[in-house]
Write a protein of this length. Structure first.
Length: 185
């Protein structure tokens, strides 16, 4: 996670499973279903990632133990669901990804890179606890070849306001967490 220049805004930089396919013309129903799935995923990630361990020490010890027990059970359920979700579907390979609120940049081998101007559907797995991809349609805006690798830049396509807001919240949450980790001794 890092923050680039002010014009670039807050971004998430990480090695994440990312796949893509050439985007076919999708029906309005498919686009709406995908949009609702993406928002539900980002809301679920917010719920999972927003547990505030820094405030748990203020709770009585009995409540802390109860919360730890409950969280362990939730982790087990998520692990089992993740295993079931992965059955029959391979996770795409991890790639170096930089995610912004309006675009994505990732590193591909030159031979498997898309073509500039191509419309793609990206599938990005943000959290291993939820093996559901964030599926975002993009338009490839640039390919930069460096040391045998293609740095693919793509602008989000048809990103509505609500989904954009949830994506921005996700990026800021990760950014705050990274800043907090940097301040810890």
């Amino acid at each position: 996670m890092s923050e680039n220049t002010p014009a670039s805004g807050v971004c998430l930089e990480a090695r994440l499973p990312l796949g893509w396919t050439v985007e076919q013309e999708s029906s309005a129903a498919t686009l709406d279903l995908r949009r609702h799935g993406n928002i539900a995923l980002l809301r679920a990630l917010a719920a999972i990632e927003s547990a505030a361990p820094e405030r748990e020490h203020d709770l009585p010890e009995v409540m802390q133990k109860s919360l730890e027990h409950l969280e362990s059970k939730l982790d087990l359920v998520l692990l089992l669901v993740a295993g079931l979700a992965r059955t029959g579907a391979d996770m795409p390979p991890e790639k170096q990804v930089t995610l912004f609120s309006d675009r994505i940049v990732w590193v591909e081998t030159v031979g498997s890179a898309p073509i500039e101007g191509q419309r793609l559907l990206t599938s990005l797995y943000l959290n291993p606890r939820l093996p559901q991809p964030l599926q975002l349609p993009v338009v490839v805006t640039g390919i930069d070849i460096q040391s045998g690798y293609a740095h693919v830049s793509a602008q989000f396509d048809r990103l509505d306001e609500e989904l954009g807001e949830w994506l921005t919240r996700t990026l800021f949450r990760h950014h705050r967490r990274a800043l907090h980790a940097q301040r810890q001794p």
